[in-house]
Design a protein around this ligand. Structure first.
Ligand SMILES: [Zn+2]
Length: 245
């Protein structure tokens, strides 16, 4: 089994060969510690695997990610605070986006934290030059073959089909799901969180046990799962033979 890997920004909805049956790895950074981000980046680089990163915060790691041609940097705006009348991430949709646009130069892709979506968010993001939104989760177990489509604003919509935390919250089997993803046709976008790769999370209890310590790499190290987990399936994907375009 081999797959061609892609970046979201490479997708052209008028040219099927830019997305059909490729595998797109995306990563929601979710304020992960620098060493956690670097751990994941180094694994991807070692296997020469492309990935689209959704950035949440300033970190020296952005320079490393940005300088690697395997990677695309998109943004991961958090609108939850706004919905709670908390202006910590910005007082308006536009400000939440602008705060991340100071970190990533002219990003083309975004996914909201908690996949918050609205017409106003799409219009604001499109107005700021973004072309791709990946905010719709269509679980692979629904057996729906996904394809990119265009929102009336012009934004290209890129649904994703698998996510690490949804996997362990549903207690799915890693080998079964690996096979399902690599045999999935159409648009195949999967989503990881660096913290779950680092912890090799297999159950939400492991992640919750680290609450309060997500910025303490020594404690995170001591809490890693040594069995089968998120890192196991991540390694399987990045070790797939890379088909050339
Ligand atoms: Zn998130």
């Amino acid at each position: 089994m081999s797959r061609e890997f892609g970046l979201l920004k490479e997708i052209d909805i008028n040219q099927e060969q830019t997305w059909l049956n490729k595998l797109f790895i995306t990563l929601d950074i979710d304020w992960a510690h620098d060493e956690v981000i670097e751990y994941v980046a180094d694994k991807l680089i070692a296997q020469q695997t492309k990935a689209t990163w959704f950035v949440t915060h300033p970190t020296p790691m952005l320079e490393k990610l940005n300088s690697c041609p395997l990677f695309e940097l998109g943004i991961h705006p958090n609108f939850n605070k706004l919905l709670q009348s908390n202006t910590e991430k910005g007082a308006t949709i536009s400000e939440v986006l602008d705060n991340l646009l100071t970190l990533v130069d002219a990003p083309l892709s975004f996914r909201s934290h908690s996949i918050t979506q609205s017409t106003e968010i799409i219009n604001a993001a499109y107005g700021k030059g973004m072309k791709y939104e990946s905010n719709t989760f269509i679980p692979i177990v629904s057996n729906i073959e996904v394809r990119p489509y265009q929102h009336t604003s012009g934004m290209i919509q890129l649904p994703y089909v698998w996510e690490d935390d949804v996997h362990f919250l549903n207690d799915w089997n890693y080998e079964d799901m690996y096979q399902k993803v690599i045999n999935q046709h159409g648009l195949v976008i999967i989503d990881f969180h660096p913290i779950h790769i680092f912890l090799n999370t297999e159950h939400n209890d492991r992640y919750e046990a680290c609450r309060g310590y997500y910025q303490d790499v020594h404690i995170l190290n001591s809490k890693r799962n040594l069995g089968v987990g998120t890192s196991t399936i991540f390694e399987r994907f990045i070790n797939l033979e890379k088909k050339k375009a």
